[in-house]
Ligand binder design. Sequence first.
Ligand code: GTP
Ligand code: MG
Length: 202
Amino acid sequence: MAGQLNIHFKGSFSDVKACPVTTLPEYAFIGRSNVGKSSLVNMLSGKTHIAKVSNTPGKTQLINLFEINEQWNIADLPGYGYAKTSRVNRTAWGKMVTNYLLQRENLVLLFVLIDSRLPAQKIDLDFMEFCGKKQIPFSIIYTKSDKSSTNQLKKQIAEIQKELLRHWNALPDQFISSSQNKSGRDEILDYIYGINEEIVRK
Ligand code: GTP
Ligand code: MG
């Protein structure tokens, strides 16, 4: 089991052009507001307060970069689908995140977080379709697994997968997580380390 990682906050950026240029492989976390992106970053890092978490959706407004063990980066991105944000703000969000996704050269993989308790949401499907079109590789993390029983969780995820398969020929790599009880941590970190090793070997 990976213990606490050596994590350094690199800063918050409103523009990909302002993000520090580095060759370290970067993994970004995205998904609807409140799905648990920042909590997951904390859970993975083993530090409770490195990324700001809130009950109110729309907490993360900028691209937050973290460097892990001087070997790889995490980008905690602002969530989409936050209804209370003004239209201007939503456009700004779109620009900031889209530019990041399309222009960040060291971005290796995007984790799309999906709430394991909810049926597949149009906004998530639309976002994944966008990634497909732009050839942005992504994996899925089903969050907040602690909120359902094992059986419920199985059923809910099967429903989401069924819906995904109406849009895709195959499912991407997937993980189930809980920031509450740390489930999924080892799997997600092993997966990232595996990809990092492949990159080094190339
Ligand atoms: P934005 O930054 O607003 O886009 O949200 P976010 O996706 O970063 O969500 P955040 O991590 O701030 O969490 C939102 C709320 O969900 C907080 O109240 C968290 O405590 C709660 N939460 C996140 N992950 C989990 C989880 O795995 N289990 C449970 N029970 N609650 C969680
Ligand atoms: Mg956040």
